[in-house]
Design a binder for this molecule. Structure first.
Ligand SMILES: Nc1ncnc2c1ncn2[C@@H]1O[C@H](COP(=O)(O)OP(=O)(O)OP(=O)(O)O)[C@@H](O)[C@H]1O
Length: 204
């Protein structure tokens, strides 16, 4: 897989948030997005995942390649852990959910309803879902929220295994995952940095 992002402009409510973002992502690579709260990481991830259109520029190579995991875990509360994974595996044409259960230490929770899981357990299930998609490009927004130290390590191991198998990952996170990863700080691409400075000056 090969993702090419060229001179991308992304925004919310018709207002550009980031402009002029370019990067490549290839098989075996992880790219970590950094930047302060509200800087536009989620907006960029959503655009790369095809959940919203770019306001300018291009995203090439993402079509049908992306498995996206965001703040909302997207789990079916009334289904068990195993049923959730089987559901997603069926949607994406995969069969075996056991590696995903093992990787995220969910084997002891297979029959528990997703709605009854703790926040961290829900997050582990949401991340396990990535493995049953069979998709090569994981686009992840703050994947470690609610995870304890051991679960962060499980997640990092899963990303490493995914990369070793020819996958790639684009991850917005504020923490150090201990992964070999490239880093893209989105701060210099903020679309309104200059406007904000100009507005401040007007009040001085
Ligand atoms: N639905 C929306 N409508 C209008 N503006 C929005 C909407 N969602 C987010 N924004 C604004 O867009 C900007 C970028 O938000 P975004 O969620 O992409 O930032 P982020 O870098 O992911 O932040 P964080 O680190 O807090 O998760 C912020 O100023 C935010 O307030």
């Amino acid at each position: 897989m090969e993702l090419q992002v060229t001179d991308l402009v992304v925004g919310r409510g018709g207002v550009p948030v980031l402009a002029g973002v370019s990067f490549d992502l290839h098989a075996g690579q992880t790219l970590v997005l950094r930047g302060p709260n509200g800087s536009g990481k989620t907006t960029l991830l959503r655009t790369v995942a095809g959940l919203q259109p770019p306001m300018g520029g291009r995203v090439q190579g993402g079509e049908d390649q992306v498995a996206y995991a965001a703040h909302a875990d997207g789990l079916k509360a009334a289904l068990s852990v195993a049923e959730n994974l089987r559901f997603w595996a069926a949607v994406f044409g995969q069969r075996d959910i056991d590696p995903a259960l093992r990787a995220f230490d969910l084997e002891g929770l297979t029959d528990r309803r997703a709605g009854q899981l703790s926040a961290g357990q829900k997050r582990r299930l949401g991340l396990a879902r990535l493995m049953v998609t069979g998709r090569p490009l994981w686009v992840l927004d703050e994947p470690t929220v609610s995870l304890d130290t051991a679960s962060v390590a499980l997640f990092a191991d899963a990303v490493r295994a995914h990369m070793a198998a020819g996958g790639a990952a684009l991850i917005a996170t504020h923490i150090d995952l201990g992964l070999e990863a490239d880093v893209l700080d989105v701060t210099p691409y903020r679309a309104h940095a200059l406007d904000v400075a100009a507005a401040d000056e007007a009040f001085l």
